[in-house]
Design a binder for this molecule. Structure first.
Ligand SMILES: [Zn+2]
Length: 96
C-alpha cells in the first residue's frame, strides 16, 4: 500500500485508509463465511522467530532470505517461517 501511494503521489493517509478499508472488507468477508479476522501485533518478530524451537534470531537482516536457527539448526525460508509463526500466533490468540 505504501509503495502504491508513493508511486501514485497519494499521501500517507490514503495508504492508511486503504489498509484500514482492506482490513474492514476482509473482516466482513470472513464473518460472512463464519470465520474470524485476527490481527497480530505489528511488532511481533514473525521472521526472526524459529517456528520449531521458538528461539529469536535477533541478528536476522532484511537481505537474508534464508537462515539457519542457531539453537536447533533448522534451515528456514524467511517468508515460509514467518507465515507459520503468524498462523500459530493467530490460533493462539483465538484460543485465549
Ligand atoms: Zn530453532
Amino acid at each position: 500500500m505504501q509503495d502504491m501511494s508513493q508511486a501514485l503521489n497519494f499521501g500517507k493517509s490514503v495508504a492508511d485508509n486503504g489498509w484500514g478499508m482492506f482490513n474492514a472488507f476482509l473482516s466482513y468477508k470472513l464473518a460472512d463465511q463464519g470465520k474470524q479476522f485476527v490481527k497480530i501485533d505489528k511488532w511481533y518478530p514473525s521472521s526472526k522467530t524459529c517456528h520449531i524451537c521458538g528461539d529469536i534470531y535477533k541478528e536476522l537482516q532484511l537481505s537474508e532470505r534464508t537462515w539457519t536457527c542457531p539453537k536447533c539448526n533448522t534451515m528456514h525460508n524467511r517468508d515460509d517461517n514467518a507465515s507459520v509463526n503468524i498462523k500459530n500466533k493467530g490460533l493462539e490468540m483465538l484460543s485465549a
